[in-house]
Each structure stands twice: as C-alpha cells, then as structure tokens.
Design a protein around this ligand. Sequence first.
Ligand SMILES: [Zn+2]
Ligand SMILES: [Zn+2]
Length: 344
Amino acid sequence: MLEPISEFYHSLNAVGRTTMITTPILLLAVAVLLILERKFPYRKGLPFFREGLFVDLFWYTLVQSYFLQILIFGFIIAPLAAHFGARFHLVSSWPVVAQVAFFVVTHDFYIYWFHRFQHSSAFFWRTHEAHHSGKQVDWLAGSRSHAVEIIINQTIEFAPIILLGANPVVVPIKALIDAVWGMYIHANIDVKSGKLQYFINGPEMHLWHHADHEEVYYANFSTKFAVWDWLFGTAFLPQNRKPERWGLPYAFPKDYFSQHAFSVMRFDEKALAERSAAFRAYHGVRWRVLSWLGERVPAAKVLQGWEVPEEVHETVPAPRPGGNPTAAEAVAPESPRPAVTAAP
Ligand SMILES: [Zn+2]
Ligand SMILES: [Zn+2]
C-alpha cells in the first residue's frame, strides 16, 4: 500500500521531498496548538469559529499566500537569481542546519527592526494595521498580514537564501519554522516560560503586542527571539496581568479587499455599504452564501461568526501612527438609508 507513496517520494527533487516531510509536521503542529488552546486557554471562552476566521483562513492563508508565493519567487527572486546567481556562494559549503540557523537568526533580527519601524511610520503602519485588526487572537490570527508587508518581508527573507547559495531545501525548512513559530506566538495558550521568555518569543509577550493598550503600541516587536526586545528596550511583560482590550482603537473593515483598500483610502465600511449598492452587493456575498448554507446545514451556522465581546469599551487616547481615523473622516453616506441588511 505504501509503494505508490514511496515511488512518488523518490520521483521528487530535494525540495519536493522536504515539502513532503514539512507539510505533515505543519498539520501536526496545528493539531497540537489547537489542543493546547482548548486545554490551557490564555483568554477563556474564545471560540474556534471566531470573528474573521474565514477571512484569515481562506483569503490570507490560502489565496493570498498562493499568489504572493508565485509573485515573490517567480517574478522577484527568480530574475534576481538569474542576474546575480552564480556570484555568491557564501553559505554553500555550510551544513544545512547551520544555513537554516543563520537565516532564522538574521531574518528575525531584520524583522524586529522593520516591525518596529512599521509601528512608528504613518506610511508603513498602513501595511501593518491589518495584522492588529483582529480582536480575537488565536493560532491563525498571525496569518492576517497586508500583501505589501508579505512581499517586502518574504523577498528580504528568501532572496538571500537563494542568492547566497544556500541549499534549496532551506526554503521549505525555513517556511515551516516561520509557520509553526508564527502560529505559536499568536496561539491563545497560557504559556509561562519563565526565564526562557528572555530568549524565545511566545504568546506571553506577543499576545500583549496585539492588545489595544497604550503601553504596547511601541513594545514587543520580536517574532521568534524575544531577546531583541530585551536588548533594545522594547520588552513589555507584566506579571499576573492580561490585556482587557484587543485589536485597533478604531473601526477596521472586516473583508479582505476592504482591508487592503482601507490602507490606501480611509472609509467607513458600513457607511459605504449604505451608500453604494454595488459595494453592498459585493460586501454581502459572504454573508448570503453562509446564510444559505446555514439554512441547509445547521452545523455551518457557526461559520457566520458573531459580535466580538469587548470587556472594556472606553476609547484609547493615544493615536496610532498617522492618527486614528474617526467616523467624521470616513466616507459618510450622502443620504441616510434604512439599515444595511447585507452584512451582520
Ligand atoms: Zn505589530
Ligand atoms: Zn502578531
């Protein structure tokens, strides 16, 4: 029975074979994190089918990463490699483990500084706010990253691997490490790692980074190694305290395309739906499909999501880079119409 699998495996190249191993590891990591989230929740009562799960899973994790992978590798890195390819062999003679370790550490150092920059630049904040928009943070929440942010970060991540002459298997191995560590730091797990949190980053510090508390607007930028935050004075880790407010201090669109449009032009998604029939029709597609499905398959009703329970409602005075958009700035309806029924 295993023979066809073994034949298929041997017909693959080294990258294909590595992917055959990294994919099951990734799925196993998802299963382990999901179990740990249920057993040791950081925030109790966070549902699996939380607000925005569909957008994160379908649009960001599947569709966006598929197309951006083609764009980044096929249209940015491949031409770069064709141009510079044969000139650099800096890491070619190193063992694969050393190559992976080198790229994990150097890219993590870069990402700390770029992430910190995104939190201070009004322009680059627009490419990062989507990542902070979810109010229910869990294993999949980290996948919500603006396309521009992914293009910049993954080009800077994978181009050196190719250009410095690394073994091509470093790409899927590094991608697996990114995915698992990314899911881990966002997972709703009550981790208490003690002194390890000075070096290895986890939910303990990164969940605070997703809190809507002034103290963390400029703190906890590390992704994999928390040591950068401790070294460069941006660590925030209060004892025996958890965030009360999450996400952004201003309204943020809930749809993938609206989230990207919002980074270019501020608008009020609900007001726009009231004003424009075309937008209302588009915006309501997901809701109508899910309602139709929910009527026929009762178990699918949970896919519709529900309002996010907010523990504290007061607004936060400090603005995010570029200022917090308010309802007054946003596109207002020309003439008030009856309530929108397109979306919840
Ligand atoms: Zn951030
Ligand atoms: Zn995050």
